[in-house]
Design a protein around this ligand. Structure first.
Ligand SMILES: Cc1cc2nc3c(=O)[nH]c(=O)nc-3n(C[C@H](O)[C@H](O)[C@H](O)COP(=O)(O)O)c2cc1C
Length: 323
């Protein structure tokens, strides 16, 4: 295999670590010459929770950013096109490799971070994330066009209401309940979905309720609360498929920065999935943009073991290398 093909295959392999809605990993990669093409894996879309594929696109955007980190860390120049459209058989994005260049030290660190990163649903400890670090996360998100709005205390209460309403709407929907049951709980031997080992043993008592996956997990939830957490909304100017893809790149970028600073990250997509709570979040943003995801940032007790990583599909199932 040529050097460039090998680098692109390694980038697609690194992208397998990306976060995705319910760990669906809704992506497929094709290495073709000096191009790495990203496709949506429609068979892993969630029709009940995500009929418009917003969360699928955010997930694919996170994978796209992971691939870029790997190329930067390996010392390759590249260009990214983002047609971003969900047209069957058309790529969501294409990375074209260019010349060799010096490896980027930040990307080298982030390549390590993407293997350490995880979703952390344990309660956070009684210490706030510093303003300097929060500012860094805001800047990190902006590198890919989305923005991070840090919520004031009164807005956290509004978010709590939106999360609760979205949770009730989805819990009352038979299709959504059945869909959740298909992706969550147990050991997940097929390499997708959220195993019980990534879920708290009880739903923690927090102001903003964590997603109720309807399955008891095995992670000690922690005796804490979310009083010292910082909540934010990732948002941006547009509501097109390309905007949602870029939101995923921003999410990955800020999550790797957060991981570097030992800041735990928990996404809340319920209020964005449900149309009337998505509107409530839009109002919270004062009409300045479209909400892509709510996020909790916090600090964990370093003495407690972190939950194990969620499984991933094998590379052979998500990466094709054309002759
Ligand atoms: C777009 C998106 C939405 C998500 N929404 C939620 C959510 O509402 N609640 C939650 O607990 N986790 C949520 N997650 C986290 C995923 O469940 C998690 O990324 C996946 O299970 C893989 O686990 P990992 O992040 O630990 O690698 C979301 C992740 C993404 C990318």
């Amino acid at each position: 295999m040529s050097e460039v093909k090998q680098a692109l295959a390694q980038a697609a392999d690194a992208a397998r670590f990306a976060p995705s809605i319910h760990n669906t990993q809704p992506w497929r990669w094709v290495v073709r010459g000096d191009r790495l093409e990203l496709f949506a894996a429609g068979e892993r879309q969630l029709p009940a929770h995500d009929p418009d594929a917003r969360m699928l696109l955010v997930s694919c955007g996170a994978a796209l950013h992971h691939a870029q980190v790997a190329l930067d860390a390996q010392g390759w120049a590249y260009a990214v096109e983002r047609p971003g459209s969900l047209t069957p058989d058309a790529p969501l994005a294409v990375i074209t490799a260019g010349e060799r260049r010096d490896a980027d030290p930040e990307a080298t660190r982030h390549l390590q971070m993407l293997q350490v990163r995880r979703t952390d649903r344990r309660t956070v400890r009684d210490e706030t994330v510093s303003e300097a670090v929060l500012n860094e996360l805001v800047k990190a998100a902006e590198q890919f066009g989305a923005r991070l709005h840090l919520l004031r205390r009164d807005q956290v209460l509004d978010l709590a209401v939106a999360v609760e309403r979205a949770q009730s709407a989805e819990a009352a929907d038979d299709r959504a309940r059945a869909e959740l049951a298909g992706w969550v709980g147990g050991e997940r031997p097929d390499g997708t979905g959220i195993p019980s080992s990534a879920l708290p043993d009880e739903v923690p008592l927090t102001t903003v309720a964590e997603r109720d996956f309807q399955v008891a997990g095995t992670v000690p939830a922690g005796g804490g609360h979310d009083r010292f957490a910082t909540y934010a909304v990732l948002y941006g100017p547009g509501d097109t498929e390309a905007d949602w893809l870029r939101a995923g790149e921003s999410l990955s970028r800020l999550w790797l920065a957060a991981t570097e600073h030992a800041v735990s990250v928990l996404p809340f997509s319920g209020p964005v999935e449900v149309p009337f709570t998505r509107e409530a979040l839009t109002r919270m943003l004062g009409g300045t943009g479209v909400p892509y995801l709510a996020i909790r940032f916090g600090l964990q007790d370093a003495a407690q073991a972190a939950p194990p990583h969620t499984p991933r599909l094998p590379a052979t199932q998500v990466i094709t290398i054309e002759e």
